[in-house]
Design a binder for this molecule. Structure first.
Ligand code: DX5
Ligand code: ZN
Length: 215
């Protein structure tokens, strides 16, 4: 599969969010990555439904919603209504992971599972065929602009093997600290979807940055 690039709007200019969304619309990017943080699961609070609905109104690409919140099962339906195309929950935040994946899929949305840097890929063994996307965090979730954790590369490789062995068609997404210096190694390891915040929005010409990363 050709890889997909998902710019994270966490790093966009909130004084002019519509302009940055328009810019992504016109770019070669594939998805919008939307980071929702509750200040409990992660030590930061980002944004919720009002912003998501605004993004949905003007975005022309699928919305990839990454929930860094506790008890995500409480909000799945509302995120679906707000326009999410993919909903990813954290393994570490779900007591009944299998149930929540089923309920996301029952809404006709793609279901994703994210794992933190300290969580081994092996915990996913029993849900490899129950999600459409597996997100390997390459920084500790909570903030944009952090440094990529190199050990992630081995985790992506292992997950690719595990998915192939299980006959799963799910995609692997990588999130955090990805830039021009490590982009290729992440893809070579087996990633299908690359999230990039700073490497897109902190650049003078985000559209060019997207083009260069994808090339
Ligand atoms: C981190 C978020 C990431 C973040 C990526 O908690 O999940 O999506 O916005 O930003 P960069 O690419 O700057 O690390
Ligand atoms: Zn994210």
């Amino acid at each position: 599969m050709r890889h997909l690039l998902a710019p994270s709007i966490l790093s966009a200019d909130f004084n002019n969010l519509s302009k940055d969304i328009q810019l992504i619309n016109e770019s070669e990017a594939d998805w919008f990555h939307v980071d929702v943080m509750d200040g409990v699961f992660v030590p930061n609070i980002s944004f919720g439904f009002p912003i998501l609905k605004h993004v949905k109104k003007i975005s022309q690409k699928p919305l990839d919603v990454h929930l860094m919140i506790v008890n995500p099962e409480r909000y799945i339906e509302e995120f679906a209504k707000a326009g999410a195309d993919v909903i990813t929950v954290h393994y570490e935040a779900c007591v009944h992971l299998h149930r929540i994946l089923q309920s996301i899929r029952s809404l006709g949305i793609k279901a994703g599972v994210a794992i933190n840097p300290a969580t081994p890929v092996s915990v996913l063994e029993d849900v490899l065929n129950d999600a459409d996307l597996f997100l390997v965090m390459s920084v500790n979730p909570g903030f944009g602009g952090q440094k990529f954790i190199p050990r992630t590369i081995d985790k992506i490789r292992q997950l690719r093997i595990d998915l192939d062995e299980a006959g799963s068609k799910a995609v692997i997404e990588v999130d955090g600290g990805v830039d021009a210096t490590n982009y290729k190694s992440v893809i070579d390891a087996g990633a299908d979807v690359i999230v990039a915040g700073s490497a897109v929005f902190n650049m003078p010409e985000p559209r060019e940055a997207i083009k260069n990363l994808k090339a």
